[in-house]
Each structure stands twice: as C-alpha cells, then as structure tokens.
Design a protein around this ligand. Structure first.
Ligand SMILES: [Zn+2]
Ligand SMILES: [Zn+2]
Ligand SMILES: [Zn+2]
Length: 360
C-alpha cells in the first residue's frame, strides 16, 4: 500500500541518570549533561504537534543517528566524523529505526500529574512547575506473571459428559427411526404414476452486473456508481476515491518520528440492472395414470418454444392388516407391482418403506 508522509514529530527521551525528560534532537540531558545512551530508544512524545521548523525537518530526513565507535556519542545520520572526538564514523553503528511507535493523534496531550505533589503539568514539561521533580517516564516494571490456567471445575466435566450422552441418544434414536426395520407382508392395493415435460420459452429475466460484464443483447435498466476495486493510484478514467488509514508514527532513530499514513484509491464503476432473454419454463405438460403403463405426455410446441426438463414419479400403495404403506419406486421396477401381488416390506420406525421384495 502506498505510504504518505504527513510530517515529523519530535520524540523525547528520559535521562537515565536524573530522570529528566529531554527533547529528541537534544542528545545530552538539559539538566545534568549526561549523553543519551547508545542503546537507549527515543519515546513517543506526549505532544504530537507536527514540526514546522525547517531545520528540524532537515535533521529528521538525515536518517538514523550514527553512534561513534570510539566515544559512543550520537552523531547526525550524514556525519562522517564524530562531532565530539573527531573519530571516523564509517564503522559506526546506526541507531535502530523504522519501528511503528503508535497511532498519531493531534488531539491535545493529557496533563502529566506530578507523582510528588500532584500538580498537573503540561505534557511536554521536563520538571514539575511546582516542586521541580523530574517528570520522565518511570522505568517499566516487569509485568506480573500471568496466572496459570485454572483447571476445569468438576461441574463442567459433568456437563460435558451429559452432553455427549444426550448426543449419543439422539443419534441412536435417529438410527432406529430410519434404519431399523421390521418386515410386514403387504398386498398391492393401488399404483399411480405421473410424467411431465416442461415447456420453455425465452423470457426477460432481470439481473445485475458491472457494465462491462453485461451481455451485448441485454437491455440495461438502471445504473449506479459503486466501488469496485482498490488500487495504489487513481484511475484517470473513473471516479477514484482516496481512502487513508489512521496516521501513525515511525521512529527515525534520530530523535524525530515520521507521521505516515497508508492510502489507497477506491475505484468506482457502473453497476447496472438489466434484462436478458433466457429459457424459462412457462408451462408443464403432465400425463398421469393408475395403471402399470406409464407414457410421456404429448408436447406441442409453439413458435419460439422448446422442451424443458422431464420429471417422473411412481408410487405403489400396499395394504397390510388394515394399514397402508406408500412406496416410491422407479420406472424399471414399477412394472412388477401387479394389483393384488404380495410383497415383504421393510418398514422403518416412522412408517416409511425402505425396501420391498416379492413375498415367498
Ligand atoms: Zn540528566
Ligand atoms: Zn566520538
Ligand atoms: Zn511536583
């Protein structure tokens, strides 16, 4: 995703010797004069105002500071020799940079409460205006170890066991209802069949798609601009809307942070409703009978019509000891079910017939 630079913010660091907060571009403590340590990271400043000072912006663009290999003093990213000892910086280590240090917000920073006298100080204050105590960020305490995961209480285990048992019961019940059968001797008391053929004609059907995906012969109804794709650059031919994420600050390793924002373009396109002619079932020709000689219905097609799908159903009714059972069969088996013939029916738990065979 393309990134944009919105500007630069000065970071800060806390003197390890006297706990005074210092501006990022000043590499020695303004209170005690101690230099920032080579391994010390800059912190996100509570004041996130974008820097206007051209000189500071110039410094931000010089890249990460170089730590002098001889005296450990921080030098500007483009320095060749150490400003403090004059040593050659070509073998000097660059300060770590590039980390995202958090979201950027230009809302006014919260006041800092002095831990000693409770006075509210401005966010950028180094020392308390009332008692003079340094207001640097305290050294982070190690977080307490996470509590070990509690064992599942006994009641929960019982619940799980009951749940599994219930599930087994339901599965068993379903199995018995559908697959456990008893044999019943039945006599064919009725047969019925139905065969049908669809009649299709081309009719207008309403659909929706992107304009460039609509078939040539379609009739376009209503179009509306909608976002279709995202790109890293605007599309000169289409409406392109820029969409940016939350700005964030990136540590430049030189006491400044860069405020960046990831943006992309939402490209709009026309989405239209349209109608096309499609083969649609407009009628069904049906033939029915109560005998063992099924046939397909006669279909007479008008101009612009064609035959559609075929459907067939065959049903046999058995009576056994005053009860009736319905059995659905297919065209090849149907011819065997002479009225009055005797069959052994496998009847399941809900009265359905799973299979039949001639009774001996
Ligand atoms: Zn200090
Ligand atoms: Zn040096
Ligand atoms: Zn104070």
């Amino acid at each position: 995703m393309p990134q944009e630079t919105l500007g630069y913010v000065e970071m800060e660091w806390t003197c390890r010797r006297c706990n005074t907060k210092n501006p990022g571009l000043q590499k020695t403590c303004k209170n005690c004069g101690a230099a920032i340590d080579a391994d010390q990271k800059f912190e996100k400043a509570s004041d996130s105002t974008l820097i206007k000072d051209a000189q500071k912006i110039e410094q931000a663009k010089k890249g990460a500071d170089i730590i002098c290999p001889f005296c450990s003093v921080s030098n500007a990213g483009d320095a060749k020799v150490c400003a403090s000892c004059g040593g050659d910086l070509t073998k000097g280590q660059k300060r770590e940079a590039g980390q995202v240090i958090g979201a950027h917000s230009e809302a006014p920073a919260a006041k800092v409460i002095c831990p000693a006298c409770q006075t509210a100080n401005s966010a950028s204050a180094s020392n308390c205006v009332s008692c003079g105590r340094p207001l640097g960020n305290p050294v982070a305490q190690p977080a307490p170890a996470a509590p070990t995961r509690a064992a599942m209480p006994q009641a929960a285990w019982i619940g799980v066991a009951v749940g599994i048992l219930l599930m087994l019961c339901v599965c068993g019940g379903l199995y018995f209802a559908f697959f456990n059968t008893t044999d019943v001797i039945g006599t064919v008391s009725a047969v019925a069949w139905e065969r049908s053929i669809g009649i299709e004609a081309r009719r207008p059907v309403t659909k929706e798609n992107w304009r460039d995906s609509i078939p040539q012969d379609a009739e376009i109804k209503v179009c509306e601009e909608q976002p279709r794709t995202t790109r890293s650059s605007p599309d000169p031919l289409r409406r392109s809307e820029k969409i940016c994420g939350t700005p964030y600050q990136v540590d430049l390793g030189n006491g400044m942070s860069e405020v960046r924002q990831d943006c992309e373009y939402q490209i709009y396109d026309e989405r239209c409703s349209y109608t096309v002619l499609e083969w649609t079932e407009i009628d069904r020709e049906v033939a029915r009978g109560a005998d063992l000689n099924p046939f397909w219905p006669q279909v007479s097609l008008a101009q612009g019509e064609r035959e559609g799908s075929r459907q067939e159903d065959y049903e046999v009714t058995f009576s056994a000891d005053g009860a009736t059972y319905i059995y659905d069969t297919n065209a090849s088996e149907f011819g065997q079910f002479d009225l009055g013939s005797r069959w052994t029916l496998a009847v399941n738990g809900i009265g359905g017939v799973n299979s039949v065979e001639p009774a001996r």
